[in-house]
Design a binder for this molecule. Structure first.
Ligand code: ASP
Ligand code: MG
Length: 442
């Protein structure tokens, strides 16, 4: 079994959806196809939720009507046959009725999640209808029957494994399954989701649950690049990445993969392949347990970082100080990305500022606190055990006139992270690009 996930742009137009159908029916090996919502849909659903929250019911209705219009013409392009068009009309009716009904009621967080779920429900149903109209039967597996998160928002992998197996066992002759990315139930059995971009995560959770031979993430670029192609001109595709490298890159800003995608795949040791819908023959990027002997593989950057420094002479020769500081973050369920310490101070970074003022207030009881917002973590990933000298020098030399607020080295042999003010990001990524990589074929 292979799991193939197609992102929003890969199903973003009728022609693209036709292309996906071609790709998934080319071979008869068993597949589970995970789809995102048609591109733009989730953003619009987010806007509908926001309008409702602000009690702008007219605006919510207007957005819904426009979205329905969009889907009406989408279906005209997608389906030619009369009965298929009729079926698609019924699909649109039922989901837009759900939306309209939700909009008539007051806003709640549960209502918002139900709104957000409509995108993946629509894309998978329309895609399955198209396959059927082409005489390519597929079974639609409702993700809400096997994807669940627990009270801590963590996927319930045992549940997925058990439920998915039971479902697949019902269709032992079927080779092609379609399902929704992103959506799931929560511990209260209500509709929820795996956060924006979460369809990749769905694919990898499914892959691990069915012990797939491979998880394929199909997007509209040719694989993971050594640097951010939106910011740096001359980037190159990376052929192979280890799970550790890929996890660091996804977490620290490589937009091609949802940050948690690698975890389930790595645990189950299932290779993940990043492929391009527009150039299906291209090799893409293969992510596996194989680690290349290459000191520097790629750079990624994550914005919106806040640095917090706590200085206290009480820390001098004291034990238990760090625990107290970390407990504050634990209390507010705020995760820390980078940490550096000295004998009298500690600097750390967070990206979730929801509880920042509470956190700061509590930290002030332990010492003097300084905060710098609008920072960026630049993460250099590769295979760089400390015995391999010179890597750090190469990085720092490349940006020797850029102020580095923090430097984290030695936490893992796969990562060196720097914290800089966001204003230096473009310069930093470009300089690193020119100085620390060996470009292929040069
Ligand atoms: N449709 C969702 C989003 O736009 C999930 C995904 O595409 O992965 O965030
Ligand atoms: Mg995505």
């Amino acid at each position: 079994m292979k799991v193939l996930k197609f992102g929003g742009t890969s199903v973003g137009s009728p022609e693209r959806m036709h292309r996906v159908a071609e790709l998934v029916t080319q071979s008869s090996e068993p597949k589970i196809v995970v789809l995102s919502a048609v591109s733009g849909t989730t953003n619009t659903l987010v806007q509908i939720g926001k309008a409702l929250q602000l009690k702008q019911v007219d605006e919510a209705n207007r957005l819904t009507t426009d979205l329905k219009e969009h889907y009406n013409s989408f279906c005209l392009g997608l389906l030619a046959e009369k009965s298929a068009r009729k079926e698609s009309k019924a699909i649109l009716e039922s989901h837009f009725e759900i939306l309209s009904a939700i909009i008539q009621n007051p806003f709640s967080a549960d209502a918002e999640k139900e709104i957000l779920a409509q995108g993946e429900l629509l894309s998978t149903k329309l895609f399955t209808a198209y396959l059927k109209s082409q005489g390519m039967p597929a079974v639609l597996l409702p993700a809400l029957e096997f994807m669940r998160i627990d009270a801590n928002q963590e996927p319930d992998e045992a549940f997925t494994q058990e439920r998915l197996k039971a479902l697949l066992d019902q269709y032992s002759d079927t080779k092609l399954f379609i399902t929704q990315g992103y959506i799931c139930l929560n511990s209260q059995n209500q509709i929820d989701n795996l956060q924006r971009g979460g369809s990749d995560y769905t694919a990898s959770l499914i892959g691990a649950a069915v012990k797939a031979e491979e998880i394929q993430i199909w997007t509209d670029i040719d694989g993971m690049h050594n640097n951010d192609p939106r910011i740096v001109k001359r980037t190159f595709r990376i052929d192979r990445l280890s799970f550790d490298e890929a996890a660091e890159l996804a977490y620290f800003g490589a937009k091609i993969l949802h940050p948690f995608t690698i975890r389930p795949a790595q645990r189950a040791n299932i290779p993940v392949r990043l492929l391009n819908t527009m150039d299906a023959q291209a090799p893409g990027t293969l992510i596996s347990d194989h680690q290349e002997d290459r000191p520097i593989t790629a750079v990624a950057a994550k914005d919106g970082i806040t640095a917090i420094k706590i200085k206290s002479s009480r820390m001098l020769l004291a034990y238990g100080f760090l625990r107290k500081v970390f407990e504050v973050f634990e209390k507010y369920k705020t995760s820390i990305d980078l940490i550096t310490t000295s004998e009298v101070g500690i600097s750390l970074t967070i990206d979730d500022q929801q509880y920042l003022s509470d956190i700061l207030q509590e930290l002030e009881t332990y010492g003097q606190v300084e905060v710098d917002s609008n920072h960026t973590i630049v993460c250099v990933v590769g295979n760089m055990p400390f015995q391999k000298v010179g890597v750090l020098k190469k990085i720092v030399d490349a940006i020797d006139d850029i102020p580095i607020r923090m430097l984290s080295y030695g936490g893992s042999r796969f990562n060196i992270s720097l914290l800089i003010d966001n204003q230096y990001k473009v310069e930093t990524l470009n300089r690193l690009n020119e100085h620390i990589f060996t470009f292929p074929n040069q």
